[in-house]
Design a protein around this ligand. Sequence first.
Ligand code: URA
Length: 237
Amino acid sequence: MERLQKVIAASGYTSRRKAEELILNGQVSVNGKIIKTLGTKVDSADQIMIDKELINRNPKKEYYLLNKPRNTISSLSDTMQRKTVVDYIDTKTRIYPIGRLDYDTTGIIILTNDGELANHLMHPKYKIEKTYIAKLEGILTKEDIIKLEKGIKIDDRKVEVKRFKVKRKNIEKNTSIVEITIIEGRNHIVKRLFESLGIHLMKLSRTGYAFLNINDLKSGEYRPLTIKEVKKLYSLK
Ligand code: URA
C-alpha cells in the first residue's frame, strides 16, 4: 500500500505537491470514489483517475536538459498563450520542469515525468547548487562582495553564496558580468540579491545545476539525461 499522492507523482502526472492540491480539490478518484483525504493508501490494483482520466501507473520515465530561451515560461500552460519550456521538447509524455526560471532568464532547466526525482531535487535539505551568470548594471564594490559572501538576508533568511566571481567589468558602460553559485530555490532570488545592493540585474542565465552544465547546448536545444546522470541526481545528498 502506498500513499495516493506518492502514486500520482510516480505516475508522472505531476509533482507530489501538485498531486496533494488535486486531491484536496476533489479532482482525484480511486475506484470511482472521490478521495479528498491526503495520505489515503492505495494498492497496485486500485484504479486512480484525475479529472476522470485514468492515470498510467507504470509509465516510462523521461528526463531532459533544456537550454531555456528568453521569453519562455517555466510552467505547463499559460493563460496568455505564451511559449512554455515544455513546448521545446518533442515527446508525447506529460513532462514538467523541475523548479522555475523567470520568463526572461535563460539556461539549464530539467524536465521530467518522474515526480519522485522532482520532489527529491526541490527539497531544501538536498541543497542543490545552481550557478548563474549575471550581467549587472553597475560595478560591485569590495564591501558589496564581502556582504554577498557573508550572506545577505532576504525576507529574514540568509542567501548562502557558495561561490562568487567577477568575470568582467566595463567601467565605461558601467556594467559587469559575475558568476554566482547558490543553493536557493526562492523566486527571483538572484535578482533580489543584487537589488538589495542597489544594483539592477540586466540579464541572467543558469549555466550549472548540480554537476550538470549547459556546455554546447544552444538556446532552445535540449538533450536527454543519461541513466548515469539520473542515478547521480538521485544520489545527491
Ligand atoms: N533567480 C532569479 O532572479 N531568477 C531566476 O530565474 C532564477 C534565479
